[in-house]
Design a protein around this ligand. Structure first.
Ligand code: MGD
Ligand code: MGD
Ligand code: SF4
Ligand code: MO
Length: 754
């Protein structure tokens, strides 16, 4: 096979995970992608790429990727024109609204929307057009605890500190495996390289995980913990900090932190000796880690999925940042710092240093009465909201870039519930386990066919950068862009009329943004003429998300302010710098960043304090003989949706149940044999992989598999289907403060099938 020569090179930020690597994309004379490699000149990723990054070509070319809308006719999906699809959307929603009212509508927002400029700008149009409070998202199987901790401690849910990886001397990482995931709520392309650099400069990396992951292997120390008990370990570290006189928040934030004494009193009983049986970590180790954190010139503690998606997700997130604060590492170079994103955000707007604070519970889910968090209900309650009769029962449902049928707990129940809906629409690139239930599927163009800016994740970056990517390939004839689909979907929901134009909704949206800013005293366009600004924006010819982004960049912390600030940022400046603009290292932001009502870092908020009794009681609930299920990720997977890409799954990527050799012996399991795993809610059969790398008493299954259901079109994935681990996770098991599901530490019984 001859490879055609590259005649054009395009640069693009990879949208597949949070690392946001710069890609260099070579195209031939016919505009076919010839190769994708890391962009050596990218200001943040410097050429780093993982095996998924180069598969944007394969996703684009995947014959199973949807290119036409689908309508379900007599139980089968058939391709239709966009006009026909929109009419079906209108008619479907009109019927549901007429019969059950708008409170019967609901939406689920999935993970890829967080990496999609069009979705970041226009998902809210759909959400706001529902006329119901039924909003669910992947956040409640993910990072919601971090938002809750940030909200109560610092005043906004996005004021989440990240470990200053490039300067720290000591990193304590809990429940995260960046060698596979490339990190999360901590944007750091080449996370593994940055970890190695800590060690190269003489620092120390400690990983807390029930599994000896690649990250644990490469670290100085692996601490094996019993799943679900990190809160006890963290509380015991804090206990030692107080008991041994090691608490020192540091001069730089001393006058901005409240609750130091209260926290010490609250955790006075959580001694390392008391929790050691439960956590499986000896008191000696806990004491040593506390002392090391206090003694290190700089240190940062960080935790992700393994400590967020457990019963104590929010308490864990809080205790982690409490340790960062108590050891003097909050907002300090090499400690836990805050990004200053180019597009601004809730903690750059409003009054500097104080605000309205954060609250949850403005409403509750209908059936189980779970409090609202960030305008959402826990996705673990979705199935019951569909199946339980009564006023407000969900009958009409939309998924936007989500696959909850595989990604959320007790998924057999959800799968059944989805099949009972009166009407469902999915905006998705595949006909998969979720969208197969949709009456109408609306496919957006491929990742290479749209522009990109990581609006969300650059708020959590370990360095301040900004990169904008133009679309690499033209959109197919007649294919709307994703933002246009979302804007129109919102419009049709509002008006039940298909004549609504996305451009009209876009104009209304930009007008609202501009009008809001000129009335905000902290904005750099305060008091300016709205028409003048809109004319300047329109003069570029840009519309949609790119125009909004330009506005946000120009009015952001580094912004050009529409001609008032020389050398300031604008979209044009990013276009002139296709490898990105480096805005420098993270700088201290306290007190300016705080938006709590008191203007303080709240170290001991009452909401968390109230949850400590539950944490304390969990000490006695630990049962040595109980097998616990945890998840895992593989470098070549991306949640549930990239298993159709043959180059990724053809190798050693398998959906196996990892079992420790001692457990395997006891249970009569061997490598390649079949095990039956049963939890309170479900049963699955999976092939066994015996490995020393997992803690005794713990088994691990990856999530996002189980592609052998009828009515999908993912032919590659179906051949290597795997099993759906979320059949086992329990929709009753959640972190009460954030509504986030416990996807780890699931009690299971394992039997041999051979
Ligand atoms: N047991 C267990 N379960 C888990 C986890 C775990 O660790 N263990 N992790 C959880 C986490 S962290 C997450 S984020 C969730 C993810 O949960 P989801 O977001 O529900 O699931 P994904 O697998 O990311 O599915 C994304 C969907 O978007 C579609 N898609 C991909 N790109 C695009 C696009 O550009 N536009 C549109 N419109 N659609 C697109 C895909 O086809 C797919 O249907 O899973 C969670 N589930
Ligand atoms: N290749 C790849 N990359 C991805 C994804 C993917 O699916 N594949 N998904 C992306 C998404 S949406 C996200 S949110 C991020 C997640 O990024 P990470 O948070 O790094 O996720 P994982 O790799 O699942 O690592 C979680 C770790 O927690 C451990 N763990 C389980 N239970 C416990 C516990 O009770 N305590 C402790 N201390 N550890 C525990 C697991 O063994 C596992 O090693 O990854 C992103 N990147
Ligand atoms: S690490 Fe993430 S952003 Fe970087 S190339 Fe891989 S998938 Fe893309
Ligand atoms: Mo996630």
């Amino acid at each position: 096979m001859t490879i055609s020569p590259v005649v054009r090179t395009a640069y693009r930020t990879c949208p597949l995970c949070e690392a946001g690597c710069g890609l260099e994309i070579g195209l031939d004379a016919t505009e076919q992608v010839v190769r994708i490699r890391g962009d050596m000149d990218d200001v943040f990723s410097h050429g780093y790429i993982c095996p998924k990054g180069s598969t944007l070509k394969q996703i684009h070319e995947d014959p199973d990727r949807l290119r036409k809308p689908l309508i379900k006719k007599n139980g089968k999906h058939v391709e239709v024109s966009w006009d026909e699809a929109w009419e079906a959307v209108r008619d479907g929603f009109a019927k549901v609204i007429e019969k059950h009212g708008r409170s019967s509508l609901a939406v689920y927002l999935g993970n890829p929307g967080a990496h999609n400029l069009g979705a970041m700008m226009f998902n809210k149009t759909v959400v706001q057009s529902l006329g119901s409070f039924n909003r669910f998202s992947a956040s409640t199987v993910d990072q919601m605890p971090k938002h809750v901790a940030a909200g109560f401690m610092f005043g906004t849910p996005v004021t989440i500190p990240v470990p200053d990886l490039d300067h720290t001397d000591y990193l304590l990482l809990l429940g995260s495996n960046p060698y596979a995931s490339n990190g999360s709520v901590c944007t750091a392309p080449d996370f593994p390289g940055r970890l190695e650099a800590i060690r190269t400069r003489g620092g120390k990396v400690v990983v807390v995980d029930p599994r000896r992951t690649r990250t644990a292997d490469e670290a100085d120390e692996w601490i094996s913990i019993r799943p679900g008990t990190d809160g006890l370990f963290l509380a015991a570290i804090i206990n030692v900090l107080y008991a041994d006189g090691l608490v020192d928040v540091g001069d730089h934030v001393r006058s901005n932190v409240s609750g130091v004494d209260e926290l010490g009193a609250e955790l006075a009983t959580f001694t390392p000796e008391l929790v050691e049986l439960a956590t499986g970590i000896s008191a000696t180790v806990t004491r040593r880690i506390a002392h090391e954190l206090a003694a290190a010139p700089t240190a940062a503690v960080n935790g992700r999925i393994g400590v967020n998606t457990v019963l104590f997700g929010s308490v864990n997130a809080w205790l982690i940042d409490a340790i960062n604060t108590l050891t003097g590492n909050l907002d300090k170079r090499g400690g836990a710092m805050f990004a200053l994103p180019a597009t601004g955000g809730p903690n750059t707007r409003g009054t500097s240093g104080t605000g309205n604070g954060f609250r949850t519970g403005r409403g509750a889910s209908r059936v189980r009465k779970y409090p609202e968090v960030l305008g959402e209900f826990p996705v673990a309650t979705l199935a019951e909201e569909i199946t339980t009769p009564g006023n407000g029962q969900i009958r009409g449902f939309i998924t936007l870039a989500g696959n909850p049928a595989l990604s959320t707990p007790n998924s057999d129940a959800l799968d059944g519930a989805l099949s009972e809906l009166d009407f469902m629409v999915s905006v998705d690139i595949y006909l998969n386990e979720t969208s197969r239930h949709a009456d109408v599927v609306l496919p957006p163009p491929s990742q290479l066919q749209r522009d990109h800016y990581d609006l969300l994740l650059l708020q959590f970056a370990v360095r301040n950068v900004a990169n904008y990517s133009e679309q690499v390939l033209l959109i197919d004839e007649g294919q709307p862009d994703e933002w246009e689909i979302l804007a129109k979907l919102g419009g049709v929901l509002q008006t039940l009329d298909t004549n609504i134009e996305p451009s009209v909704i876009d104009d209304i949206a930009i007008d609202a943004l501009v009008q809001g800013a000129i009335k905000t005293s902290s904005s750099n366009v305060y008091g300016r003429d709205a028409q003048d600004i809109i004319q300047q924006l329109n003069a570029t010819g840009r519309r949609g998300p790119a125009r909004m982004l330009d506005f946000m960049l120009q009015t952001g912390p580094y912004g050009a302010g529409f001609g008032t600030i020389t050398d300031g940022l604008s979209l044009q400046k990013l276009l002139d710098n296709p490898h990105g603009v480096d805005l420098g290292e993270l700088e201290p932001r306290i007190p300016e960043i705080l938006r709590t009502t008191t203007g303080m870092v709240e170290l001991c908020p009452s909401e968390f304090r109230a949850d400590l009794a539950r944490l304390f009681d969990s000490i006695n609930e630990v049962d040595e003989t109980q097998m616990l299920l945890i998840g895992r990720r593989h470098l070549k997977t991306n949640n549930s949706w990239m298993h159709n890409i043959n180059v990724l799954t053809k190798g050693n990527v398998h959906c196996t149940l990892q079992v420790h050799p001692d457990d395997a012996r006891r249970l009569g399991l061997s490598d390649g044999s079949n095990a039956r795993v049963t939890s309170r809610v479900g049963t699955i059969d999976a092939p066994v992989e015996v490995t020393e790398s997992i803690r005794r008493g713990v088994v691990s299954l990856p999530h996002g598999w189980g592609h052998d259901v009828q009515g999908t079109l993912m032919r590659v994935a179906a051949k290597k289907a795997g099993v759906n681990s979320n059949v086992l996770t329990d929709s009753e098991a959640l972190d009460p403060l954030s509504g986030t599901s416990a996807l780890n530490a699931i009690p299971v019984v394992v039997l041999s099938l051979d």
